[in-house]
Design a protein around this ligand. Structure first.
Ligand code: AP5
Length: 221
């Protein structure tokens, strides 16, 4: 299966993508995580990308598309993947369709994780991420068992640079200006599943799994 998780910053795309990838044994492809790795390794791409990321703006399409093309052909993505944070605009969506088409593949489902601005600000301002394995926690919603220590690998938890209030507001603005139009794009392709992401993460995950099962059943008919 090839699945896209769409939604504003803080909707829970990363949280759901990690859980789904584990449950369905699919690759998790997060362009945000790939970019943060490039930044941490101080690569030429990382040096360029960080300028946009710190401002809450989108990294230019040509850089993102090159990075995605390399990742999507890797072995673990052959059986399927969950895309988190890509596409962010129409040009990226069309390019993805073209890349997959050349491989005789296509996107199966697009989950639009819908949530309110109030929830977004609360989630992002309390988010903690593991420096080592990338697991997501939250100061109050999903606190780690030990203060600032990852439950899974013992790594240190940190707050993302772009989770400051001003940058969150800018990221939201960019989302409404550039990314929200993709809801129509995938609706027209009859691939969009609209879900409320305001409930507990486990409940959101179960709703996604149910929709995937219904989709599988419809293919058997
Ligand atoms: P990226 O890393 O993709 O950030 P984002 O899209 O802004 O999304 P987030 O990671 O902030 O939120 P999320 O929806 O994954 O929520 P999460 O699960 O973490 O991109 C960062 C930057 O990189 C961009 O601004 C841009 O500059 C650049 N970039 C990336 N991709 C690009 C592209 N394709 N093109 C151009 N530029 C690109 O959850 C958030 C918090 O809430 C966590 O603490 C979590 O524990 C908690 N939480 C999650 N779900 C729930 C729940 N159901 N209930 C309670 N708490 C919850």
């Amino acid at each position: 299966m090839r699945i896209i998780l769409l939604g504003p910053p803080g909707a829970g795309k990363g949280t759901q993508a990690k859980a789904l990838a584990k449950r369905l044994n699919l690759a998790h492809i997060s362009t945000g995580d790939l970019l943060r790795q490039e930044v941490a390794q101080n690569t030429p791409l990382g040096k360029e990308a960080v300028i946009y990321m710190q401002k809450g703006e989108l990294v230019p399409d040509d850089l993102i598309i090159q990075m995605l093309e390399k990742r999507i052909v890797q072995l673990d993505a052959q059986a399927g993947f969950i895309l988190d944070g890509y596409p962010r605009n129409l040009a990226q969506a069309k390019k993805l369709d073209q890349i997959l088409n050349n491989m005789n593949k296509s996107i199966d489902l697009v989950f639009y994780l819908d949530t309110t601005e109030k929830v977004i600000i609360q989630r992002l301002s309390g988010r903690l991420v593991c420096k080592n394995c990338g697991a997501n926690f939250h100061l109050t919603n999903m606190p780690p068992k030990k203060d600032r220590i990852c439950d899974f690998c013992g790594g240190q938890l940190y707050q993302r640079e772009d989770d400051k209030e001003q940058t969150i507001k800018k990221r939201l603005l960019v989302y409404y200006q550039e990314t929200a139009s993709l809801i129509d794009y995938y609706q027209q392709q009859k691939k969009l599943v609209h879900l409320s992401a305001d409930e507990e993460a486990e409940l959101v995950l179960e709703k996604i799994i149910q929709k995937i099962e219904t989709y599988h059943d419809s293919l058997k008919i």
